[in-house]
Design a protein around this ligand. Structure first.
Ligand code: HMG
Ligand code: MG
Length: 293
């Protein structure tokens, strides 16, 4: 039933969820596709299926091209699904083009320390280097999502909402259709969300082009979602079973659990894509068993 109050969910289970799991590098492409199909069955429509990053940097994502190839017939039968792939550079984009990606996600940060650890570039250098990647992707009809990490601060920098708003605007101006603000280490709080949204508004960043990407290190993720929603944000990233974290962050912890987000929606009377909770539970149980958790 259509709901006036509704959120969009970006499922990051098969990418952020798996990239830092110690046994995930042994998952076959078939395992991942089985998992992704269960996620699709739950109703999810926007699904990150892998990363075209340097395989040695994130071994768990090394078979992403094989995953994408196996997803080709699935995509043909389900044109409504958007599969997305992380691409850090031209080489990543080339690999995404080879598998016919409809969407890619680039990923930058506000923290210099994190940027260097994650993508081996300073923040300014990474913004300059990604511009031709965005242009080439959009020229080819591939839409580009932009992640901005460490938005609530990091070891080397305190929370700086103005800097986050400025960088968010820059990503949209560069051609990203949406910017996803990453609480990479889960240090966000509802109060900080409030300051961040105020800064975004001041910088004239359209809130319908902003997604929130919470990690749940200190159990604040749902509180952060609720405050973001009250303030006008309508798109949230989540991972089934709360799996996830960036291997290059100082304290990677699980993403906002999809199950918590879906339960929150039900409690608040807010619609979302997930209509088949049992398929979601099957996906989570399958992956727990595969990862030996
Ligand atoms: P680098 O070593 O500086 O790259 O890595 P390079 O350009 O010097 O190349 C070195 C080698 O890597 C070369 O191979 C390249 O061809 C190869 P060689 O000549 O030595 O044989 N290479 C690649 N191979 C395949 N695909 C590619 C690619 N690029 C280079 N795309 C680089 C720089 C950015 C590539 C590397 O640091 C990297 O791959 N980093 C990715 C790290 C990552 O995936 N982190 C997790 C995702 S971000 C995240 O989780 C946060 C998020 O969830 C939001 C949040 O929570 O905040 C999104
Ligand atoms: Mg993340």
């Amino acid at each position: 039933m259509p709901s006036a109050q509704r959120i969009e969910i970006v499922d990051v289970s098969a990418r952020d969820g798996l990239q830092n799991e110690k046994n995930a590098a042994s998952l076959t492409a078939q395992d991942k596709v089985y998992y992704i199909e269960k996620l699709m069955k739950s109703g999810l429509r926007r699904i990150e299926a892998g990363s075209f990053v340097k395989p040695a940097a994130v071994p768990a994502m090394a078979n992403s091209a094989e995953v994408a190839q196996l997803l080709e017939p699935v995509q043909e039968n389900h044109p409504e699904i958007i599969f997305s792939y992380l691409t850090p550079n031209q080489k990543g984009l080339l690999r995404a083009k080879e598998i016919g990606a409809k969407e890619v996600a680039i990923f930058l940060a506000v923290s210099e320390q994190f940027s260097k650890a994650n993508i081996n570039q300073s923040v300014d250098a990474s913004f300059a280097a990604i511009m031709p990647v965005i242009t080439e992707a959009t020229d080819c009809g591939i839409r580009v999502r932009g992640y901005l990490s460490t938005v609530f601060g990091y070891d080397d920098m305190p929370f700086n909402p103005q800097a986050v708003a400025m960088r968010s605007k820059q990503l949209l101006d560069m051609g990203c259709y949406e910017v996803s603000l990453g609480d990479t280490t889960g240090i966000g709080t509802p109060e900080k969300v409030e300051e961040l949204v105020a800064a975004l508004k001041k910088q004239a960043v359209p809130l319908d082009k902003v997604a929130m990407h919470f990690h749940d290190t200190f159990g604040t993720a749902i509180g952060n979602v609720a405050r973001s929603y009250e303030l006008g944000i309508r798109t949230f990233d989540a991972s089934t079973g709360g799996l996830g974290g960036c291997p290059y962050a100082n304290s990677p912890k699980g993403n906002l659990a999809m199950e918590h987000l879906v339960e929150w929606c039900a409690r608040e009377g807010i619609g979302c894509d997930v209509t088949n909770a049992s398929s979601l539970a099957e996906a989570a149980a399958y992956m727990r068993q595969k990862l030996g958790k």
